[in-house]
Design a binder for this molecule. Structure first.
Ligand SMILES: Cc1ncc(COP(=O)(O)O)c(C=O)c1O
Length: 408
């Protein structure tokens, strides 16, 4: 039994044919070249409203982490729902503004903002810059003075908490390059107390991505709460707290997920009595489940000890398996009633790491059969490359019976 709705509520089989919303994926495979990124608009809307509804006490400003997927359609869908944006580059900032995002709902994060990017952010009068070091803040102060402008700042704290996620997407341990240690935060508040260009509003944090346990969040959130109380005791006004993103999603049958209500409950319980503006920066949670890659079998290949299915999607479209050892669920577009076979599902790229799943059990696949790679809405198309000089895959947005091809 394939429970596809666990991956995307709008993905379903009807008479053995796979649909995304009301569109049979087979039809898209006939109409468009594969591989093709397909997104369910309803799933993105659902993710946003579920997250918003999960909070009972605080009403956080949700700033979508655009790095997860920078497609313009996604910016429009989410900002129409009232969502802000968390950007990490001038490119993301300009794209958000171009797509109508309110500048006062834009937060600028990132460990390596250039002075040019900082200047643009100040001139565009964005909501705040999340600062990663005293060195960065000193440069921001110089730029503000030259421009005679003020800017709101949150200091990104490194809470030294292990997010218990993949090594390469863990950001909140003291050895990671991100954030400012506990010890330095108070010193920075003191140093910039009477700087007329810099308004330190509060703190921010982001401990990592694809986090599926509640404990790292609650541990880090408790630490930052203590820090806020300490700063207030020292006489500093702390009115804003950005808790970052990081909530994980379902990629395969083995991976557990976090209940979004319990995540929100921790935030409600810890912060609702502190009179703080709360910001969160989810990326993956908002868009990850909405996307799939529709891919065609190029051919099967018999090896000595196993069989391969070579599909036309590769690590140039989806690098997560090669980069993080991620395993994305793969399902057939047409269910056949044959015995199950074991295959390694691989891409066409000339790299041994271009493998999606090893020893996957699926009914017999043949050339031209269509398959779907699930949970590719986040960190997939935005991390695509032109490796092997292959054409970039197109992206299509589906809502009920309608679809729009997006040129990004
Ligand atoms: C500062 C910051 N905020 C938010 C996010 C979004 O993370 P996620 O997509 O896991 O929610 C990231 C990504 O790692 C990030 O670096």
């Amino acid at each position: 039994m394939i429970k596809v709705s666990e991956y995307n509520k709008f993905l379903s089989y009807n008479k053995n044919k796979l649909f995304l919303e009301d569109i049979p994926l087979e039809n898209l495979g006939e109409k468009f070249d594969t591989p093709l990124f397909c997104y369910s608009v309803s799933q993105i809307e659902h993710n946003f409203t579920e997250l918003q509804k999960a909070f009972k006490k605080v009403k956080p400003l949700i700033c979508y982490a655009l790095k997860a997927n920078f497609n313009s359609n996604i910016i429009k869908i989410l900002s129409n729902l009232g969502c802000g944006i968390d950007v990490v580059s001038d490119g993301e900032l300009q794209k958000s503004l171009k797509n109508g995002v309110d500048n006062q709902k834009i937060v600028f994060s990132g460990v390596g903002k250039t002075n040019k990017e900082i200047e643009i952010a100040i001139k565009k009068n964005i909501k705040q810059i999340n600062v990663e070091s005293i060195e960065e803040l000193e440069e921001i102060a110089i730029i503000c003075k030259r421009l005679n402008r003020t800017i709101n700042i949150c200091l990104r704290v490194n809470p030294d908490v292990d997010a218990k996620t993949h090594e390469k997407i863990s950001t909140g341990r003291s050895e990671d390059k991100f954030g400012i240690s506990d010890k330095k935060v108070l010193e920075i508040f003191k140093k910039f107390k009477s700087n007329k260009f810099i308004k330190i509003k509060g703190l921010s944090m982001h401990i990592g991505s694809q986090i599926v346990l509640l404990e790292p969040f609650s541990k880090a959130f408790r630490k930052i709460k203590l820090q806020i109380l300490k700063l207030r005791r020292e006489g500093f006004e702390v009115s804003s707290l950005d808790l970052g993103g990081g909530v994980g999603i379902k990629y395969n049958d083995k991976n557990k997920i976090l209940d979004i209500k319990s995540y929100a409950q921790v935030i409600d319980e810890l912060f609702s009595d502190l009179d703080l503006e709360i910001i969160i920066e989810p990326g993956r949670y908002l868009v990850g489940s909405s996307g799939i890659i529709l891919s065609r079998v190029i051919r099967t290949k018999s090896g000595d000890n196993k069989d391969f299915v070579i599909i036309d999607a590769g690590m140039d479209n989806l690098i997560r398996p090669a980069l993080y050892g991620a395993e994305h669920k793969i399902i057939p577009v047409k269910k056949k009633q044959t015995n199950l076979k074991s295959y390694d599902i691989v891409g066409p790229i000339c790299e041994t790491s271009d493998v999606f799943i090893k020893k996957m059990k699926i009914h017999r696949l043949n050339s031209d059969d269509l398959v779907v790679i699930c949970s590719t809405g986040a960190y997939s198309s935005c991390m695509a490359s032109q490796y092997n000089l292959r054409k970039p895959a197109k992206e299509i947005f589906i809502k009920k019976k309608k679809f729009t091809l997006s040129n990004n």
